[in-house]
Ligand binder design. Structure first.
Ligand code: NAD
Length: 252
């Protein structure tokens, strides 16, 4: 995968899978605008890339806010001149039963995980159409395909993202815009470690390893490689696809 002269806007690039994707994109020759609601973390990712000789800038962006999404898109174009790739790795997890989920919490999760994806897609599609094409990759989840307890708002938000991906693929196809999503399984990132106590997360890791065909949890870099494959020319005839990156967990 070679991204020389390619430009990516990577939202949620301040941590976990998003950060790993930014770093790999830059390693393969691309320029990346790292965006995150946590601007300091976006800057930290960009600095890591620049220290290694890559091209990156950072900006704050809350995907739930149309004005901020538009500003991030404009900033990317102003700094790097174009947008070839959008990686949407912004997401939040709330561990709660559906019945116990407060309306405000439901709205918060849907606003970031689904409305945010919609706003980003809407904002970059016009740019990519003018350029004659582009690639968008969303981060859904195994929870878009399967259910486990305490994912009351999260699982529905990620399931919605699959149809958003397909809708955008349908509209984008005639303009050379490919839109795909990946569905990670259990990946070792700050999101997972923030979902419970250390002991609880370690127990979940061990439980997952027992039922996952590959016998372990995943690393952010392993998801990043799948994202960048879908964003690359190697995937030129792939759009509207949903790719599990879960060590085979979803076949069971
Ligand atoms: N880690 C996993 O096991 C796993 C599994 C399935 C899906 N996912 C999905 O992958 C994506 C990345 O997750 P991760 O594990 O790297 O998590 P992470 O918490 O390490 O990174 C998520 C990033 O999104 C940012 N973010 C949150 N709300 C935002 C907003 N409103 N606007 C902009 N940025 C925002 C955070 O600041 C953070 O930097 C998420 O969409 C997550 O739901 C992760």
């Amino acid at each position: 995968m070679n991204f020389t002269r390619r430009v990516a806007l990577a939202v949620g690039g301040g941590s976990g899978i998003g950060r790993a994707t930014c770093e790999l994109f830059a390693e393969r020759g691309g320029a990346v605008m790292v965006a995150d609601v946590n601007e300091a973390s976006a800057k930290a990712t960009a600095e890591r890339i620049v220290r290694k000789g890559g091209r990156a800038e950072a900006c704050g962006c809350d995907v739930a806010r149309w004005d901020q999404v538009q500003a991030a898109v404009e900033r990317t174009r102003n700094v790097f001149g174009r947008i070839d790739v959008l990686v949407n790795s912004a997401g939040i997890l709330r561990v709660r039963r559906l019945e116990d989920t407060l309306e405000a919490e439901w709205n918060e999760v849907l606003q970031v995980n689904l409305t945010g994806a919609f706003l980003l897609t809407k904002a970059v599609m016009g740019v990519m159409r003018q350029q004659g094409g582009g690639a968008i990759v969303h981060l859904a989840s195994r929870m878009a395909l399967r259910i486990k307890e305490n994912r009351g708002a999260y699982a529905p938000s990620k399931a919605g993202l699959l149809q958003l991906t397909r809708m955008a693929a349908l509209e984008g196809g005639p303009h050379g815009i490919r839109v795909n999503c990946v569905c990670p399984g259990f990946i070792d990132t700050p999101m997972v470690w923030g979902s419970g106590t250390k002991e609880e997360v370690e127990t979940q890791f061990a439980g997952w390893a027992k039922v996952c065909p590959l016998g372990r949890t995943g690393h952010p870099e392993e998801v990043a490689r799948a994202i960048l494959f879908l964003a690359s020319e190697e995937a030129s005839f792939i759009t509207g696809a949903v790719l599990p990156v879960d060590g085979g967990r979803t076949i069971l």
